[in-house]
Design a protein around this ligand. Sequence first.
Ligand code: PLP
Length: 395
Amino acid sequence: MRQPGRHFLQIPGPSSVPDRILKAIGQQTIDHRGPDFADVGKAALDGMKTIFKTNQHVFIFPSSGTGAWEAALVNTLSPGDKVLMFETGHFASMWSSMARKIGFTPEVIEGDWRGGAEPDRIEARLRQDTHHEIKAVCVVHNETSTGSVSPIEEIRKAIDAAGHPALLMVDSISGLASIDFRFDEWGVDVCISGSQKGLMLPPGLSFNAVSEKALERAKSVTMPRSYWDWHDMVGPNSNGYFPYTPSTNLLYGLNEAIEMLHEEGLDQVFARHARHGASTRAAVRAWGLEVLCARQGDESGVLTAVLVPTDYSADNFRATTLKHYNISLGNGLSKVADKVFRIGHLGDFNDLMLMATLSGVEMGLEKAGIPHQSGGAQAALDHLKQSTTCPSDTQ
Ligand code: PLP
């Protein structure tokens, strides 16, 4: 049935694509080996370095983020190698299960899904590994299934404090371009990202930012690889080209997105999402519901996962909000399926869109019969009024 008005895509990615980017993507496809393509490819590769904050290497794949996870593993490890992973939630678990499937040996530090990865536990495990059998530490920066952020800079310090040579690999698929991330300054070796979250593009592009150390390691590891091989990318990339057909139109969109992010300013983008996260948590508290991320300071500006009371169905609630208010909210994944719903506040998003989203949630809670107190949307509005970080406020 036709629903009047616009649909609210408030899942934590894909985020809704701004018109400027859709227009850029709509340009005619050109010869990816012809002379005009070099500028497009170069702009995308150089532009992404400014988003990752690196002067080292960036590779772009025509794939979803999962492909770039695999690229990170197969380029840096040999069959059977041990990797240390921290179970922050569903995506950390999926990454470790991929590592096992393709022939590595993941060791998982168990987590409760209520906060980010804990540097002290990583350091303690690395200190025990006196023979340096662990070849990489893998953590998810923004755990999209729970709305928790891991302290990447502290994890680097923990690895260094243990005097361990493991590579630091970070999944920032939903963190990059939404929350602070500094590849070079924080000493990350490989960062994985995707197009459909903070970069405001449709799904279909993925990224590896790669340190010199990781690229050097890739020369000696023996994992068979072909499509994902970084070394096949280095030569063509240096002139703005790719070893196989790139996603030309998504690269047009990516260049537009990079320009938009710098027009606003990355710090301003991070502050905007942090503020919307805080307003959303104010709403959740006023409803008398619980935010899944329970560790103070780890809460995400990208999304908020909300627990529904025991014996109520989060999926039924989401179906109700979609049917009656034309808004898509994120579902709970694996361990928290049907127990949480997720509110995305990432991408091209402003105060009025947040208020519409939270009003939709509040009306949906009522309609679906979920026990709650009213006044959440009002609490968010009060928070927005008190905290002014929009550029227009200072002009
Ligand atoms: N890692 C995180 C943190 C994610 O949020 C996602 C997707 O939402 C993935 C990995 C998997 O990426 P994709 O679905 O693009 O393959």
